[in-house]
Design a protein around this ligand. Structure first.
Ligand code: PGA
Length: 236
């Protein structure tokens, strides 16, 4: 079954030529649907069939110095996906209201929002506590939004860039992610749920074999062409 793998490059690499070289090494006709999200500064200079942005601003244009690009501007670059609500943005103060405004502006421009949830969750808390936190993030982000039109990425904040603390237990971790995916689908009407947080080619099969996990949002692994190419071509 075809899954969706979206590479989040974050603020990497350092130069445009490195970014172009990296994009040039990613398989352009993979088995699964693959997208890459380079830094905004490089977005218009990267040639890859499916591009995503890492953030946007909710206004279309105007006196908003320093904003990362509006959905209308991203659309003019051919961008198909846009990450919103990433833990690294929430940690800098991005609010649920702002995330909701970004999602609405993206949908008006026919760009699919990839809503990250999982900020403020803890590795050692029980599943019900995790679900409480996620429910609040989903309810804020989805106010007046057609949930069927967005992608949700469950990224427990403690698993991001951690190198996978549960490496030896990733089957259990995948089962936990599967339960969260079922929750987002049944309670909120989400149709597509990804997992993110130290995903790589080694642990990808355990997540992608879960029936309700529709794909992955790798960060670090998306900067390693061999690893990313394996992920986007996995036999399941
Ligand atoms: P990671 O990042 O795969 O490096 O943990 C994922 C993300 O933050 O989207």
């Amino acid at each position: 079954m075809q899954k969706i793998i979206i590479g989040n490059w974050k603020l990497n690499p350092l130069t445009l030529s490195e970014a172009q070289a990296l994009a040039g090494k990613i398989d352009r006709a993979p088995k699964h649907l693959a997208a890459i999200c380079p830094p905004t500064a490089f977005l218009s200079s990267i040639d890859y069939p499916v591009l995503g942005a890492q953030d946007c601003f909710w206004q279309a244009k105007g006196p908003y110095t320093g904003q990362s690009g509006s959905p209308a501007q991203l659309k003019s670059l051919g961008v198909k996906y846009c990450i919103v609500g990433h833990s690294e943005k929430r940690a800098l103060g991005e609010s649920g209201e702002q995330i909701n405004a970004k999602i609405m502006a993206l949908l008006e421009n026919k760009i699919t929002p990839v809503l990250c949830i999982g900020f403020d969750t803890k590795a050692d808390e029980d599943e019900l506590a995790v679900i409480d936190t996620l429910a609040e993030q989903l309810a804020e982000a989805l106010k007046n939004v057609d949930a069927a039109k967005i992608i949700v990425a469950y990224e427990p904040v403690w698993a991001i860039s951690s190198g996978n603390p549960y490496e030896t237990k990733h089957i259990e971790k995948a089962e936990h992610a599967e339960k969260i995916a079922i929750y987002a689908k049944t309670k909120f009407g989400i149709q597509t749920v990804l997992y993110g947080g130290s995903s790589n080619s080694a642990n990808a099969p355990s997540f992608l074999s879960q029936p309700n996990i529709d794909g992955l949002l790798p960060g670090g692994a998306s900067l390693l062409p061999d690893d990313f190419n394996q992920m986007i071509n996995l036999e399941l």
